[in-house]
Ligand binder design. Structure first.
Ligand code: NAD
Length: 341
């Protein structure tokens, strides 16, 4: 009998690729999401009888959503640092308490495995130390802090019957049906293609780990398929390698078939700087990221050229959430006034 995986945030940048990966490897999948970025992100998979969509806020999930589920991949969240600062309480409600609650419900419902999509940003500013999973965390933002609190509360649930794992994903790149141009490689490729120029903020010596979106999806599947003793209660850094931001700009420039200028700007409000090691995932679950930065750049460039992806408000997470909140505020005002503009 095939296994059922509940993917929260299944309509998102990573989620829509993970759903595709799981279906193609024989799993039944339930994609649960508010679908803030639309259901179109799963349109190509919608006719697959092994996929069901549940449009729901993770804070409203109940036992019935977990019936018959073998594993939960918990990806729903306000998914980056600037989005996490729009409404700090809401970020803790969703990214920390919402996900911790899903894990508790999953355990109570007899789900065997739970995997949290956490982030390497919990390391904050570890600089050029090569950070493994034992290195002290130092979250710099609400987003990172809420991820760390979710990790702590969820991993404490792990026991003989319930396997709980946190994946600290590196910054992701590559093409997805829910495209994001607020991620460094995707954005550099966009700017190089459209302006012939990449601007590197903060001097560019800061370290950032990277990973392709299809590799992240495979990492989730690896954890679902690994022996429980190897993954339960564990944290894994998931990534290809760490790069200084300015060297990424040079890779993007070398990969593209036209002239690109690089401008290094001294300041950046983003103080994240972390050089991460990925040995543990390789040693314990045999996970190795395979897709190179160059392949990701080519893929994004080709998609831009063919008009398959474009830079819009919706592809910049913080802009999209702000526009949704503005629209909601407007509707609330109209309802309060009792009249239609
Ligand atoms: N993309 C990256 O570089 C990266 C890196 C590290 C960790 N992560 C983590 O991976 C996860 C997925 O990231 P992503 O890049 O796919 O982001 P995304 O914004 O594309 O996807 C998140 C999904 O969650 C949904 N969502 C948000 N709040 C919800 C709620 N309250 N109830 C139900 N659904 C809700 C959104 O509609 C969206 O489809 C997040 O937890 C993120 O923090 C992402």
């Amino acid at each position: 009998m095939s296994k059922t995986v509940l993917v929260t945030g299944g309509g998102g940048y990573i989620g829509s690729i993970l759903v595709q990966d799981l279906l193609s490897h024989g799993y039944d999948v339930v994609a649960l999401d508010r679908f803030f970025f639309g259901k179109e992100t799963l349109a190509e998979l919608a006719s697959n009888p092994r996929l069901s969509l549940v449009e729901k806020d993770i804070r409203d999930v109940d036992e019935s959503d977990l019936e018959g589920v073998n594993a939960v991949c918990d990806l729903a969240a306000l998914s980056n640092d600037p989005s996490g600062e729009i409404d700090i309480d809401l970020t803790y409600e969703i990214n920390y308490k919402g996900r911790a609650r899903i894990a508790r419900l999953a355990k109570a419902a007899g789900v065997q495995r739970y995997i949290l999509s956490s982030s390497c940003s919990v390391y904050g500013s570890g600089g050029s130390n090569r950070l493994d999973e034992t290195f002290p965390t130092a979250p710099l933002t609400t987003y990172a802090d809420s991820s760390l609190k979710a990790e702590e509360s969820i991993l404490a649930l792990a026991d003989r019957t319930f396997s709980a794992t946190a994946l600290r994903n590196a910054t992701v790149f590559g093409i997805s049906p829910r495209m994001r141009f607020d991620l460094v490689i995707n954005l550099m490729t966009l700017h190089a293609s459209e302006k012939g120029m990449i601007t590197v903020m903060g001097g560019g010596r800061q370290w950032r780990p990277l990973v392709h979106v299809r590799d992240v999806a495979r990492a989730f599947r690896n954890v679902i398929e690994a022996a429980k003793e190897q993954v339960s209660g564990q944290v894994f850094n998931i990534g290809l390698a760490s790069f200084q931001i300015r060297s990424l700009a040079y890779i993007v420039r070398e990969t593209l078939p036209f002239l690109v200028q690089i401008h290094i700007a001294p300041d950046d409000h983003d103080k994240r700087d972390y050089k991460v090691r990925f040995d543990k995932a390789r040693e314990l679950i045999g996970f190795d990221a395979k897709i190179s930065i160059e392949d990701g750049v080519r893929e994004v460039y080709e998609a831009l050229k063919l008009g398959r992806v474009e830079y819009t408000t919706r592809t910049v997470t913080v802009d999209w959430y702000r526009s949704i909140l503005d629209a909601k505020a407007l509707i609330d005002r109209v309802e309060l006034d009792g009249r239609i503009l």
